[in-house]
Design a binder for this molecule. Structure first.
Ligand code: TTP
Length: 203
């Protein structure tokens, strides 16, 4: 059994392209970066903590434990000038993020963590993509906020939605920017004995 430790509808949809059956078990963790913590280090730590937290909840909920259960977690952050941008808490927050991203390029870092229930096997991966934005006006930022799209997304935009009108170009992994890097996820799943083509071609 595979458990996706996430509340993100994007991650669920993307994982569904690789694996037919999995459970979803969101894990709430403290997402505050440590002082001086490097962006990559932070993003990987978040994925590891989400996977570990989900494994703890799963153990509490399931008394007859199946030792072959595997947990998958991920984290996406937008990074500009070394600063980590998470999800906006308010319109003010969204304004300051999008003003910062306007007319230049930034990085989107997405991490992955796969581990088994007893945490004997833990694998992590980190994918960096570059996204370049056109200039965005304050009026556009406020209009975009009213669509609700930016509210639950790192950096306050969704490349898969209306946010795409700001994206001049990107290089790296599109699925990683949306929330789950499909190539790297398939590679890690294979290390844990889950082969996507085999999985998806079964009746
Ligand atoms: C940059 C960008 C982020 N996002 C999303 C992906 C993630 O869901 C979210 C970043 O927040 P995360 O903290 O990585 O994830 P989450 O809180 O949504 O879900 P969970 O921690 O339970 O797995 O931003 C997009 O959907 N499109 C984008 O273009």
């Amino acid at each position: 059994m595979l458990v996706l430790a996430s509340a993100s509808p994007r991650r669920k949809e993307l994982l569904g392209l690789l694996v037919k059956r999995f459970e979803v078990l969101p894990a709430d963790i403290d997402e505050t970066p440590k002082e001086q913590e490097e962006a990559k280090e932070y993003v990987v730590r978040m994925a590891v903590e989400k996977a570990h937290a989900a494994s703890r909840i799963y153990k509490q909920q399931n008394h007859h434990l199946d030792s072959s259960v595997i947990f998958l977690a991920s984290d996406t952050s937008v990074v500009v000038d070394g600063c980590i941008l998470g999800k906006p808490e308010s319109l003010e927050d969204s304004r300051s993020m999008l003003r910062r991203l306007s007319g230049r390029s930034h990085q989107v870092i997405t991490s992955l963590c796969l581990c088994n229930i007893n945490l004997e096997y833990v694998a992590t991966e980190c994918v960096v993509s570059d996204v370049s934005f056109r200039d965005i006006s304050d009026v556009e930022i406020d209009q975009y906020w009213k669509t609700n799209e930016p509210k639950d997304k790192a950096g306050s935009y969704g490349i898969q939605g209306l946010g795409s009108i700001f994206v001049r170009s990107m290089s790296g992994s599109y699925s990683a920017v949306v929330g789950l890097p499909l190539y790297e996820t398939a590679e890690l799943l294979a290390q844990f004995g889950i082969h996507s083509l085999e999985e998806m071609s079964h009746e």
